[in-house]
Design a binder for this molecule. Structure first.
Ligand SMILES: Nc1nc2c(ncn2[C@@H]2O[C@H](COP(=O)(O)OP(=O)(O)OP(=O)(O)O)[C@@H](O)[C@H]2O)c(=O)[nH]1
Ligand SMILES: [Mg+2]
Length: 577
């Protein structure tokens, strides 16, 4: 179709190729010249500069020189495990044998849904878009004793650091098990009730689980005496509700979330002396559906916290190979970034020697934590492990009132919540640094209290035992290794009053120290921190018992890469404890 608006290509092109359309009145005829200019300028010796006439470099990049990826740290998923296939009602038919024995195959089992935390996944955006995850249904059994195919399992791959919470669950089989148990109990105690209050016959919950031969007349169907349903255990135990997992380490094996339904039994299973030709088989089990919430809390050793435009991303660039976006305006960073500081690339002398404490056995053994002591011949857990790198998380800036959802709010603090050390980045050229530090700690303290409040509520909800009423008592509550059970591993201590964050070691990076007249600001900040360490001043969050052992301020000029080595040394010192 012809283009209706002949001008449209001129409107669209600048968005696609901005470099071909220099701003303000550059004519088309000068396009070739502009192109040549672009090419020439790349070879010219003059270095580009920013609006302050500072040369562009890796630490002072143009705002469009960054890597941007899709990112989501929350996702809600509806999971449907696979239903089991039905058993088959079939009889052998051969030449000279028109009425052979039963030979219906069993239905295939439904597929299970698993979750696995893997390295390489960094975001939940794909799952957030997917919304529904379905495992394969089991195929029904067929004649000639052919069983139905098993439904396909699904493994949901999530980044390490994901917390999984179950919001709701629908388990039709558990419900009907509960109903038939109650019916049996009632009919044992009293006369069986054949009719309901409105005269309708009471539906036997077990009856619905049978599949009858379609060629039977309705009167035969009514008269048919069905045997008791065979008791069958699911192949895997369905984890007890509500599921709460903290996948803060890679899981070598997928973890079961929803188990698929059992396949139905074919009619040969019901052959007895009295019923040599059973005209019935069992249906496949209906599958579990559940709604889960995934929340990604990035795992980093050090978390950067600062006001917008303080220089956090420039600092991250200066100490790591990160290509996070830098720009001279607030909220340049809109999503968390992780940078890795390499201390030892095993190519020479390490930047510094550091050891990290190893906290016991690897998740399933075989992890880097495990070692074998040759001298003694026994397996031992080493106390310390050589640290060759550590990670730093850069999050969007916080502003005063962030807890009231001002700016980008405080939700991004969840990505530094688990960091071992917090680094507060303060811009020495942007007003009183002590006031900025107090404002930041206030927001962090409020966030910590909010999280603890949430946790208290979650614990209260979890204490209500819905499963007893639903008859799921057979389900296994000790399904996961204890470290994966979210309550024990991740959750802040509910009575801590903000201490789960304020109790972390922290220090201040006083950046933009290259700007003129920043010394006084820095000295005031240093004196304030010294007073906190001495105990003359309270911790800026106001939390009792917060970490105040050795509060330091390190002056740096991240844009020039000056003083950043001290930041690395100090951070490692705090990480080593
Ligand atoms: N003079 C000077 N400028 C710096 C320094 N560090 C960063 N800047 C500049 O400060 C501005 C903001 O830097 P960013 O690193 O984007 O700041 P940010 O804290 O990540 O900002 P948000 O992502 O918006 O929160 C940029 O123009 C940087 O070039 C420094 O040490 N000295
Ligand atoms: Mg930034």
């Amino acid at each position: 179709m012809a283009c209706r608006n002949p001008r449209s290509p001129r409107i669209i092109l600048p968005f696609l190729y901005p470099s071909l359309f220099p701003p303000n009145g550059v004519s088309r005829s000068s396009l070739a010249a502009a192109l040549c200019g672009v090419r020439r300028s790349s070879t010219e010796a003059s270095t580009p500069t920013d609006s302050y006439d500072r040369p562009r470099s890796r630490l002072n990049p143009a705002p469009d020189d960054y890597s941007m990826s899709n990112f989501a740290d929350k996702a809600r998923l509806t999971l449907h495990a696979g239903a089991g296939g039905h058993g088959c009602i079939s009889f052998m038919r051969e030449a000279f044998m028109d009425d052979g024995p039963a030979n219906g195959g069993d239905g295939g089992h439904g597929g299970n849904i698993y979750i696995q935390a893997v390295h390489g996944e960094t975001s939940l955006h794909k799952l957030a878009r997917r919304k529904v995850v379905r495992a394969g249904k089991g195929k029904s059994g067929m004649g000639s004793s052919r069983s139905g195919q098993r439904g396909e399992d699904v493994v949901i791959a999530v980044p390490v650091g994901t917390v999984v919470r179950e919001l709701s669950r629908d388990d039709p089989e558990a419900e009907s098990r509960f109903l038939s148990k109650r019916k049996r109990r009632v009919s044992r105690d009293t006369q069986p009730v054949e009719e309901g209050p409105d005269g309708e016959p009471v539906e036997d919950p077990d009856r619905a689980k049978w599949l009858l031969y379609p060629g039977m007349s309705s009167s035969d169907m009514k008269r048919l005496e069905l045997p008791p349903l065979p008791h069958r255990e699911r192949l895997l135990h369905q984890p007890k509700a509500p599921i709460h997992l903290d996948l803060s380490r890679p899981t070598p094996r997928p973890i079961l979330l929803a188990v698929g339904g059992l396949g139905g039994l074919g009619n040969p299973h019901f052959v007895t002396k009295g019923t040599p030709k059973p005209m019935f088989a069992t249906r496949g089990e209906r599958a579990i559906s559940m709604e889960i919430e995934l929340e990604l809390k990035l795992l980093a050793d050090v978390g950067l916290v600062g006001l917008p435009n303080a220089g956090k991303s420039t600092l991250l660039r200066s100490v790591s190979n990160s290509r996070t976006r830098v720009g001279d305006w607030a909220f340049t960073t809109l999503q968390p970034n992780i940078g890795t500081v390499v201390l030892d690339n095993n190519k020479g002398r390490p930047l510094l020697t550091s050891y990290r404490r190893v906290s016991g056995v690897g998740v399933y053994g075989g992890g880097p934590e495990d070692s074998f002591d040759i001298s003694s011949g026994s397996q031992q857990q080493p106390e310390l492990e050589r640290r060759t790198r550590f990670t730093i998380a850069d999050i969007p800036g916080l502003i005063e009132g962030a807890h009231l959802d001002k700016g980008l709010g405080i939700a991004f603090l969840r990505h530094v919540e688990r960091a071992g050390v917090l680094a507060f980045v303060l811009d020495l050229g942007a007003g009183n640094a002590v006031a900025a530090l107090r404002a930041l700690w206030t927001e962090v303290g409020l966030y910590a209290q909010m999280r603890e409040e949430e946790e208290r509520e979650r614990k209260r909800q979890a204490a209500i035992d819905w499963s007893a009423a639903a008859g799921t008592d057979a389900e296994d509550s000790t399904f996961w290794p204890s470290h994966l059970a979210g309550e024990d591993y991740d959750a802040p201590r509910v009575d801590a009053g903000g201490l789960h964050i304020a109790g972390k070691p922290w220090f201040v990076v006083a950046t933009k120290a290259d700007l003129p007249n920043t010394q006084d600001n820095f000295h005031e900040l240093r004196d304030y921190l010294a007073a906190i360490s001495r105990g003359d001043e309270k911790h800026p969050s106001g939390v009792e018992g917060a970490w105040t052992r050795n509060c330091a301020a390190i002056p740096v000029s991240a844009i020039n890469g000056q003083g950043v080595d001290r930041v690395v040394h100090w951070a490692v010192g705090l990480l080593d404890g």
